[in-house]
Design a protein around this ligand. Structure first.
Ligand code: PLP
Length: 343
């Protein structure tokens, strides 16, 4: 390509002409990662390149990870979790060319990863940090990240590898990001409600997990985010919410010094969480579901069933002020009184 690429963003230095969007450039906060179009594509690339033929995947995960492993040519074995979200039955032996995928759920499962690294050979472990964008790569074979769950981005997946892994590099550049931008623009100018259908179509367009290089658009957008503020506010908001909700939460969480949570998972066993979720949405408080995909796999009276059916994933993200976090807590507590029992 012709031109002067002397700035650090691989963009030609051009002078004059029409204007683009006025976005700051804070540099690449994830310079040590390999960049893909999605987390699932990064996962597929690791499994494929390391020739893994058998991969253990938790039952409590979105289908995209199961699909990525299968598309990489691996046989998938599903495992359950215990009450602390640790694998219920650890495999006594993981043979060559097999690995266990563990999800750092909600960015709050660091201690489980440390324990797994003691119990399994690190090269048999792949960490899905899609919920834990700021978690360090901990010595496992690979760590996979999905930045669009933490900030307004059309797509993207990041990968960190251990020296024991085969080198992994994505293929051609993803050219789908421009078409995935609409929901971000609608949300910016109008509302989340009006952008929701576009958000779903953008998400659905990631179904093809053939590993591609992250688009230059997504890379550029990632450089415009104050990730240090994202970290600070998420942690602060989580702690405000935990201060109010921990005493009434049926699941116990603890946030370590460097954890940056995705959300605050609030479990209310026996309560009608679905009704509460709907009422919250009616009040413009939107909560995610992790994951509808799990429903057919979740056995009754398991932690998976509690997480899918009886848990609200409350927002603590960087857009929220302390007063809004408190407001969400008060609404949930009020609605818990209104819908005391299931059904
Ligand atoms: C735990 C987990 N892993 C992986 C993914 C896939 O990430 P991506 O949408 O970036 O492919 C998701 C969400 O879709 C997820 O929740």
């Amino acid at each position: 390509m012709a031109g002067d690429y002397s700035n650090n963003n691989d963009l030609p230095v051009e002078i004059g002409g029409y204007f683009g969007l006025d976005m700051p450039d804070f540099g690449d906060a994830f310079a040590d990662t390999i960049k893909f179009q999605s987390g699932r594509a990064a996962m597929r690339a690791v499994i494929e390149r390391n020739g893994l033929s058998r991969v253990m995947v938790p039952s409590y995960v979105c289908d995209s990870i199961i699909k990525a492993a299968r598309d990489a040519g691996a046989e998938v074995e599903i495992y359950g979790l215990d009450g602390s979200l640790y694998p219920e039955k650890m495999p006594l032996f993981l043979p060559e060319r097999s690995a266990l995928v563990y999800v750092n759920y909600f960015g709050l499962c660091g201690p489980n990863i440390a324990r797994l690294l003691e119990e399994l050979p690190p090269e048999r472990l792949i960490i899905d940090n899609s919920h834990a964008l700021f978690a360090e790569h901990s010595g496992a074979l690979a760590s996979v990240y999905s930045p669009r769950k933490f900030a307004g981005l059309p797509d993207g997946g990041l990968l960190r590898l251990s020296p024991g892994s085969q080198p992994v590099s994505p293929g051609e550049e993803d050219c789908g990001s421009f078409a995935r931008m609409k929901y971000l623009l609608v949300r910016m100018a109008y509302s989340a409600r009006e952008g929701y259908a576009d958000f779903n179509s953008a998400r659905n367009s990631l179904v093809d997990n053939s590993p591609l290089r992250m688009s230059r658009l997504t890379r550029r957008l990632m450089r415009s985010i104050r990730w240090d503020r994202v970290i600070e506010r998420r942690r602060a908001n989580y702690m405000v919410m935990a201060g109010i909700m921990d005493p009434v939460n049926d699941l116990k969480w603890s946030i370590a010094e460097k954890d940056v949570p995705l959300c605050y998972p609030f479990a209310a066993k026996g309560k009608n969480v679905n009704k509460i979720k709907k009422e919250l949405a009616g009040l413009d408080v939107f909560t995610a579901t992790y994951w509808p995909d799990v429903l057919p796999r979740a056995r009754a009276n398991t932690i998976e069933a509690t997480l899918v059916n009886e848990t609200l994933f409350l927002p603590i993200d960087q857009r929220l002020e302390k007063a809004q976090v408190e407001k969400v807590c008060n609404l949930v507590l009020e609605l818990m009184g209104k819908y005391p029992v299931k059904n």
